[in-house]
Write a protein that binds this ligand. Structure first.
Ligand SMILES: [Zn+2]
Length: 207
């Protein structure tokens, strides 16, 4: 069973290391039987490449009540992925906001041998590019704002056909951040650093 460590306020601080934070303590409550009987059950390593990480430590737990083992993942590292959501956020900003070409939009990574290729970047963007996510973001936006804004298509010479929904989402995010608006979800504040996490969790993860 895979469980994400719940976000803490500390994760909004770019100075604190998200990978270390989540490896410090694990939730005691078992997601299955709901009793507070989870104990530490070893550590593993996982790739989560970005500017400050290559391999990160993750923890496993064992429920003494139902004997299920649980793998705890930090917020910014999705299961079975090699790049952190911080790295993916950087790619989103570079491509959609700064107008970088795909090969210049790849995130900075600590391990120079693990620079993602352009097809990986496209795969990330495709996974976020959905009408359903856009609707969720618009809903979240209007719920948390007394004056819902309509977003304009912000300047880009690329055809609107590449990742049209994601492009609108990023444009909404840019407007929100530009006007100093704060959008929080699960105790985590929207920023250019957390944008990929935000968009990724707006719809439940596929199982
Ligand atoms: Zn249990």
């Amino acid at each position: 069973m895979i469980l994400f460590i719940p976000p803490s306020e500390a994760e909004n601080n770019p100075q604190s290391d998200w990978a270390t934070l989540s490896a410090e303590s694990i939730p005691r409550q078992c997601p299955d039987c709901l009793s507070d009987t989870v104990i530490g059950h070893g550590r593993r390593r996982k790739q989560a490449h970005d500017e400050h990480h290559d391999w990160i430590g993750i923890r496993r737990g064992l429920c003494k009540q139902c004997w299920k083992t649980i793998t705890f993942l930090p917020l910014f590292s999705l299961p079975y992925t090699h790049y952190s959501l911080i790295g993916r956020s950087q790619a989103l900003q570079r491509y959609f906001v700064q107008g970088c070409s795909p090969d210049l939009a790849v995130p900075v990574v600590k391990d120079a041998n693990r620079v993602p290729d352009v097809s990986t970047l496209r795969r990330w963007f495709r996974s976020l590019d959905s009408a359903e996510r856009l609707n969720r973001l618009q809903l979240l936006q209007s719920e948390s704002s007394s004056t819902p804004r309509t977003t304009d298509f912000t300047g880009s010479s690329r055809p609107a056909t590449s990742f049209p929904f994601l492009r609108q989402m990023v444009s909404m995010v840019a407007d929100r951040l530009a006007c100093g608006g704060i959008l929080s979800h699960d105790r985590l504040a929207l920023s250019w650093r957390t944008v990929a996490y935000f968009l990724q969790v707006l719809v439940p993860l596929r199982r």
